[in-house]
Ligand binder design. Structure first.
Ligand code: RB5
Length: 149
């Protein structure tokens, strides 16, 4: 599994923790920025990660900003992206089982590093259940098609 990682300055420190964890797990990933705590704009990094996934080059994304809100809203504007903003492991589990989320988002100013890594582990481990959930995810795709002109 190839993982695309990105953050703005508000998520920069937590992103370092997440990447160290991915290293320890032996998982392949690429950091799409940002590179420091200098102020940047979260949509730029959301877009880079989102495009890496919809291109098929990467399987999952992990995006972090101060709250996780701006970066997840931005990523979800890209058709094919289902970014789940999670501050707990149950939501991370359901985001995979029910929503087939392909991007995980959280906020460095919201959750601590220990919880963040548990959330990452859950998100990477859980599988989409399909069935009735696939019908609903297909309806999300129909909404994207309706408004993509
Ligand atoms: C940056 O100050 C902050 O607004 C950003 O990281 C994020 O929280 C936005 O949703």
């Amino acid at each position: 599994m190839k993982i695309a990682v990105g953050s703005d300055h508000g998520g920069f420190h937590l992103k370092q923790v997440v990447m160290k964890h991915l290293d320890e797990l032996g998982l392949e990933y690429k950091d799409f920025g940002c590179e420091s705590c200098a102020s940047v704009d979260y949509p730029d990094y959301a877009l880079a990660v989102a495009e890496a996934i919809v291109s098929g080059e990467f399987d999952r994304g992990i995006i972090i900003c101060g709250t996780g809100i701006g970066i997840s809203i931005s990523a979800n504007k890209v058709p094919g992206i289902r970014a789940a903003l999670c501050s707990d492991t149950y939501s991370a589990k359901m985001s995979r089982q029910h929503n087939d989320a392909n991007v995980l988002a959280f906020g460095e100013r919201v959750i601590g590093p220990g919880l963040a890594l548990d959330i990452v582990d859950m998100f990477l481990k859980e599988k989409f259940l399909g069935g009735r959930h696939a019908v609903r995810v297909n309806k999300i795709k129909m909404i994207e098609q309706k408004y993509s002109k």
